[in-house]
Design a protein around this ligand. Structure first.
Ligand code: NAD
Ligand code: DAU
Length: 392
C-alpha cells in the first residue's frame, strides 16, 4: 500500500494541496521507509489526545492518512480550543474513532484504555495559551498536570508492566526552559526554568512523565517544540489573531515594545517530527524541535501586514497603520530559540519548507476559510477578546 500510494500522489493538484504528502517518485528509498513505517503500524491502536486542537488535528490527519491499517483513537474534550471542524477534510475514515472525554476524569481514562486497548499514546491535550494561564492558573494545573498523570496511571495500569511495543509520547514545549536573555539556544540538557503558569504546568507534566519512566519503567519519549503556526490555529495566538484583525481592520495589539523573540515552525513540520519520534525516537529520550527561525514580534507583525496588503489588494503600508502597542504580558519571556541539532543528527529531521512559504500558505488558508474563522470567533471568543484586550 505504502509504495503504491506514494507513487500515485504526484498530480499537480495534489502538489498544490498543502494537506497532500508529496514525495518525489524517484526517491524510492524514502518511499520504502514510509512503506516500512506503515507496515509497522499495521493493526496497532494509537490513542492521540487533543486531536481536535491545532497541532493535534494535524497529527491525527497525518496518522489517519499515512497508516490506514492503524486505528487512531482521537480523545478530546472539545474545549473552546477543540473543534471537529478542524478534521472536516478527513471525512469518514474507517481507521479514525473520535471519543469525547476529559483527561481530568481518571475513571474515564481507565475506561477508554480498557475499551480501546491502545499500544501507544501521543499526548497533546492541554490548556495551551499563556495569557489564559495568567488569568486562570488552576485550569492549567488540572488539565496539564492532573490530566497527564491520569493518563500515565491509565497506561501503567492497563499495560501492567508488559511494555513490549508500548510507548507513551508526551508533547511539550520549549517554554519549560524559561527565557533566553544573552544569546544561546535551548538544548535538551538546558535546566528547566519555567516562568509562566502555563510553562510551569507543562514542566510539571514533563517531570511526571520522566518520573513514571524511572519509577515504573513506563516507556516514554518527550519532545519540546518552539512556536507553531499554520492552518486551524485558534485566533487567540499571535499569527491567526493578527491575520483575523488585519482582515477586519481591527487594531493589532502588540505587547510591550514588540521586542520579544519567538522561533516559528510550520505545524505540519512539527507533525512530521512527532511521527518520526514516535516511530524512531529512543525510549527515555527528549528531542527539541524548532525552526531555526527567530523573529521579533514587531517584525513578524509588519511582515504579516505587508503580506495581507498584497493579498487583499490594499495600498502598501495600509494594514501596518493598525499596529497598536498595548500593556505587556505579565512576566513576558523575552526570547525562545531551539537548538534542533539532536533530532537532525539522530533522526534526520529538518523543516521541509521556508518560513516565507509557510506564511504564504497560512495566510492563504485563513483567507480561504473565512467560515472557519467566523465559526471560532463568534460567541465566547468575543467575551475572551473583550476581557483580554478591552482596556489594555
Ligand atoms: P490547542 O489549545 O489548539 O489544542 C488543545 C486541545 O486539547 C483542544 O482540542 C482541546 O479541546 C483539548 N483539551 C484541552 N483540555 C482538555 C481536557 N481536559 N481533556 C481532553 N482534551 C482537552 O493546543 P495546541 O497549540 O494544538 O497544542 C497542543 C500541544 O502541543 C499542547 O500540549 C501544547 O502544550 C504543545 N505545544 C504547543 C505549541 C504551539 O505553538 N501551539 C508549541 C509546542 C508545544
Ligand atoms: O514556544 C511554544 C509555545 O508557543 C507553546 O507552548 C504555546 O502553547 C503557544 O501558545 C506559544 O506561546 P507564546 O506565548 O509564545 O505564543 P503567543 O502566540 O501567545 O504569543 C507569541 C508572541 O506574541 C509572544 O511574545 C506574545 C506576543 N503577542 C501575543 C498575542 C496573542 C502579542 O504581542 N500580541 C498578542 O495579541
Amino acid at each position: 500500500m505504502g509504495l503504491e500510494r506514494h507513487l500515485k500522489s504526484n498530480s499537480e493538484q495534489e502538489k498544490n494541496d498543502p494537506r497532500t504528502f508529496v514525495f518525489d517518485p524517484m526517491d524510492m528509498e524514502q518511499a520504502r521507509e514510509e512503506s516500512d513505517a506503515a507496515d509497522i503500524m499495521n493493526n496497532r491502536t494509537i490513542l492521540i489526545t487533543g486531536g481536535a486542537g491545532f497541532i493535534g488535528s494535524h497529527v491525527v490527519r497525518r496518522f489517519v492518512s499515512r497508516y490506514p491499517q492503524c486505528r487512531i483513537i482521537n480523545l478530546d474534550a472539545l474545549t473552546y480550543a477543540g473543534n471537529l471542524g478542524n478534521l472536516e477534510d478527513l471525512g469518514v475514515a474507517a481507521n479514525h474513532v473520535f471519543v469525547k472525554a476529559d483527561i481530568r476524569d481518571a475513571e474515564a481514562m481507565r475506561r477508554i484504555f480498557a475499551e480501546h486497548d491502545p499500544d501507544g499514546v501521543i499526548h497533546l491535550a492541554a490548556e495551551s495559551h499563556v495569557d489564559r494561564s495568567i488569568s486562570d492558573p488552576m485550569a492549567f494545573v488540572e488539565t496539564n498536570v492532573t490530566g497527564t498523570v491520569n493518563l500515565l496511571n491509565a497506561a501503567r495500569e492497563h499495560w501492567k508492566g508488559n511494555f513490549g511495543g508500548k510507548r507513551f509520547y508526551h508533547v511539550s514545549t520549549d517554554e519549560v526552559y524559561g527565557s533566553l536573555h544573552d544569546g544561546g539556544f535551548f538544548l535538551e540538557t538546558t535546566p528547566y526554568d519555567p516562568q509562566s503558569p502555563y510553562s510551569a504546568s507543562k514542566a510539571a507534566s514533563d517531570h511526571f512523565v520522566r518520573a513514571y519512566g524511572n519509577t515504573y519503567k513506563l516507556p516514554y519519549v518527550i519532545s519540546n517544540c518552539s512556536n507553531n503556526y499554520g492552518s486551524h490555529q485558534f485566533p487567540e495566538k499571535l499569527i491567526p489573531l493578527m491575520i483575523n484583525n488585519i482582515r477586519h481592520n481591527k487594531p493589532l495589539p502588540v505587547y510591550g515594545k514588540g521586542e520579544n523573540v519567538r522561533d516559528w515552525l510550520w505545524v505540519e513540520d512539527h507533525a512530521a517530527a512527532i511521527d518520526l519520534i514516535f516511530h524512531e525516537g529512543a525510549d527515555g529520550e527528549t528531542y527539541n524541535i524548532g525552526g531555526h527561525n527567530e523573529w521579533k514580534n514587531i517584525d513578524l507583525v509588519h511582515l504579516l501586514c505587508a503580506t495581507m496588503d498584497r493579498k487583499l489588494g490594499r495600498a502598501e503600508g495600509e494594514s501596518a497603520k493598525l499596529i497598536t502597542y498595548v500593556t505587556d504580558r505579565a512576566g513576558h519571556d523575552l526570547r525562545y530559540a531551539i537548538d534542533a541539532g539532536k533530532i537532525g543528527r539522530e533522526l534526520g529531521w529538518k523543516p521541509s519548507i521556508t518560513f516565507e512559504q509557510g506564511l504564504e500558505r497560512t495566510v492563504d488558508w485563513y483567507l480561504a476559510n473565512d467560515a472557519w474563522l467566523q465559526g471560532v470567533t463568534s460567541g465566547a471568543y468575543r467575551d475572551y477578546y473583550a476581557a483580554q484586550y478591552g482596556d489594555r
